[in-house]
Write a protein that binds this ligand. Sequence first.
Ligand SMILES: *[C@@H]1O[C@H](CO)[C@@H](O)[C@H](O)[C@H]1NC(C)=O
Ligand SMILES: *[C@@H]1O[C@H](CO)[C@@H](O)[C@H](O)[C@H]1NC(C)=O
Ligand SMILES: *[C@@H]1O[C@H](CO)[C@@H](O)[C@H](O)[C@H]1NC(C)=O
Ligand SMILES: *[C@@H]1O[C@H](CO)[C@@H](O)[C@H](O)[C@H]1NC(C)=O
Ligand SMILES: *[C@@H]1O[C@H](CO)[C@@H](O)[C@H](O)[C@H]1NC(C)=O
Ligand SMILES: *[C@@H]1O[C@H](CO)[C@@H](O)[C@H](O)[C@H]1NC(C)=O
Length: 269
Amino acid sequence: MFHSFVSCCFCFCHLTGVFGDTDTVKSVSVLEGDSVTLHSDAELQTDDVIQWRFGSENTLIATINVGTGSFSTINDRLTLDKTTGSLTITNTTITDSGLYQIRARIIYRFSVTVYARLPVPVISNNSSQNPSSSSSSSSSSSPQQNCSLVCSVVNVGHVTLSWYKGNSLLSSISVSDLSISLSLPLEVECLDDFYSCVVAYSFSNQTTHLNNTQLCQPCSESVHCCGVTEAVIRMVISALVGVATVAVLVYDIRPRKEEQQRRSNPHTN
Ligand SMILES: *[C@@H]1O[C@H](CO)[C@@H](O)[C@H](O)[C@H]1NC(C)=O
Ligand SMILES: *[C@@H]1O[C@H](CO)[C@@H](O)[C@H](O)[C@H]1NC(C)=O
Ligand SMILES: *[C@@H]1O[C@H](CO)[C@@H](O)[C@H](O)[C@H]1NC(C)=O
Ligand SMILES: *[C@@H]1O[C@H](CO)[C@@H](O)[C@H](O)[C@H]1NC(C)=O
Ligand SMILES: *[C@@H]1O[C@H](CO)[C@@H](O)[C@H](O)[C@H]1NC(C)=O
Ligand SMILES: *[C@@H]1O[C@H](CO)[C@@H](O)[C@H](O)[C@H]1NC(C)=O
């Protein structure tokens, strides 16, 4: 009995190996609620009858008769392009995931995966230290309290949760299965750059920026070394912006004047 099970499994695996040939199955990922188009590269002949089939049962879901131009689909979320045979699924649901086949002269296969929409990551306090409740504390000699944060998302699967400083990755955590709650801590002394927490599928993501909040304050308030440098940089930037603005205005006004002259000239001549 065990042997027959094993051989049956072998047989099954062999079959799926043949049908699921990676060079012929195109993987398509889409977010729940979005539309997806399965582009057939099939050269449609005028006498072709094309069928779209879905799932392990090979359910017929759409037909095009290229000769007569008639077509039909099993529901109005499916639309067909009569000239290319491409199938569009609108307002996708998780249950639209599966294997799609277009059967023309050649069979093309698409493995469609509909992913749940990503939640927006939530950044919250993960402070374990004693809070310095005296907000009017002016003594700068005491060590500044760090920002102890945690970024979290709930009910996600097949995602990576990451902390970024500017464009560089600081840390990340990945899950393949469905996870009730996924969280990633971050400890920084103060906001010295743009920090963001990103939850991502390979093809889509959601970002939350860590702004100047009660959780974390910018470094510049307590750091005095860079005050002068920053002022100089700001002055230089303002000057550059000013020059650029003047340049733009001059170039913008000049053609207009010429145009006005050109317009008024025929009248005066
Ligand atoms: C998409 O599907 C959902 C649930 O199936 C439905 O509530 C919603 O109205 C649909 N939206 C559109 C634009 O068809
Ligand atoms: C809070 O931070 C500590 C380290 O400071 C970490 O071990 C812990 O996992 C964090 N909490 C959460 C919910 O991530
Ligand atoms: C503050 O965070 C830095 C790393 O960002 C760490 O090296 C330092 O020990 C932390 N200080 C405190 C008081 O937790
Ligand atoms: C998030 O998605 C955008 C485009 O959708 C992409 O440009 C960016 O690199 C992605 N970021 C991450 C961290 O995956
Ligand atoms: C944080 O800043 C970004 C851009 O700097 C802004 O889009 C976002 O709404 C801000 N978030 C909060 C919670 O203030
Ligand atoms: C962060 O959490 C700690 C411990 O629960 C608390 O004492 C502190 O006031 C919180 N800080 C902020 C800014 O909410």
